[in-house]
Design a binder for this molecule. Structure first.
Ligand SMILES: Nc1ncnc2c1ncn2[C@@H]1O[C@H](COP(=O)(O)OP(=O)(O)OP(=O)(O)O)[C@@H](O)[C@H]1O
Ligand SMILES: [Mg+2]
Length: 231
């Protein structure tokens, strides 16, 4: 039996009277791409943030098992340990890339490695390699404001991958893009994650985005209503 790269046990999270997560149990296998869909306010972002150790649940467990083995109970870690786990093992792509406008494209990507202790030169070289792989060669020295929306999202994808993150979390990564650009960005996201043996969890409202993933998990009122694992 394969050990899931990430799984939850009875996750709950309330905000006042709002049940943002109601007894969520899911397991994701290494190499899967999982789309998380559901109405606005259904709990998708809360679920993603809880899996990634950004948000602490009221109760329940999140377990991450890296490829090297040795299960890590994310929910038992303190804030500092979770921050380190996010930096070293997880990658993030948000709707607006949250890139640093004062830095160039290649510096934005390299920064993720430098924070983890890489030397500047090696980080910049590695970042350039990722830019080339994602069709961004020649744009290294542009500032973020000088890129198109789709190019900026591919920079954000490169930043999420450059550290070697095993698990990539994306929250509506194509939410601000037209459908053609959205397709290109999703191709880049899928290729750079599951195409490299990594695992992708992507929150989306777009059925075309979900169709590119290996399966879809539906969330309603804080509950996972359909997380069918493919036979
Ligand atoms: N920090 C917070 N404080 C209070 N309520 C919150 C907080 N974060 C989320 N909620 C509430 O929890 C519920 C789930 O929110 P969440 O952001 O997970 O929804 P979502 O499915 O991601 O929605 P959207 O598609 O609009 O992004 C909502 O009712 C939201 O208002
Ligand atoms: Mg959300």
């Amino acid at each position: 039996m394969n050990i899931p790269v990430i799984e939850t046990q009875s996750l709950t999270k309330t905000y006042g009277a709002t049940m943002a997560l109601a007894d969520v149990n899911i397991a994701v296998q290494r190499g899967e791409s999982v789309a998380i869909m559901g109405a606005s306010g259904s709990g998708k972002t809360t679920l993603l943030h809880t899996l990634a150790g950004i948000t602490a649940p009221d109760s329940g467990k999140v377990t991450f098992t890296p490829a090297a083995g040795g299960a890590v109970e994310v929910t038992a870690k303190n804030e500092r340990e979770r921050s380190r786990l996010r930096r070293e093992s997880f990658g993030f792509v948000f709707q607006q890339g949250l890139l640093i406008p004062e830095l160039t494209a290649v510096e934005n990507i390299a920064l993720a490695m430098m924070i983890n202790g890489s030397a500047r030169k090696a980080a910049l070289e590695h970042a350039s390699g990722w830019m080339a792989s994602l069709g961004l060669a020649g744009l290294e020295e542009r500032r973020i404001g000088e890129l198109s929306g789709g190019q900026a999202q591919r920079v954000a994808i490169a930043r999420a991958q450059v550290t070697g993150a095993e698990l990539v979390f994306a929250d509506e990564p194509t939410g601000a893009l037209d459908s053609r650009t959205s397709g290109e960005v999703m191709d880049a996201l899928i290729w750079s994650s599951t195409g490299q043996g990594r695992t992708l969890l992507v929150v989306t409202h777009d059925p075309d985005v979900a169709a590119r993933c290996s399966r879809t998990v539906h969330v309603r009122d804080g509950s996972v209503v359909d997380a069918a694992v493919p036979a």
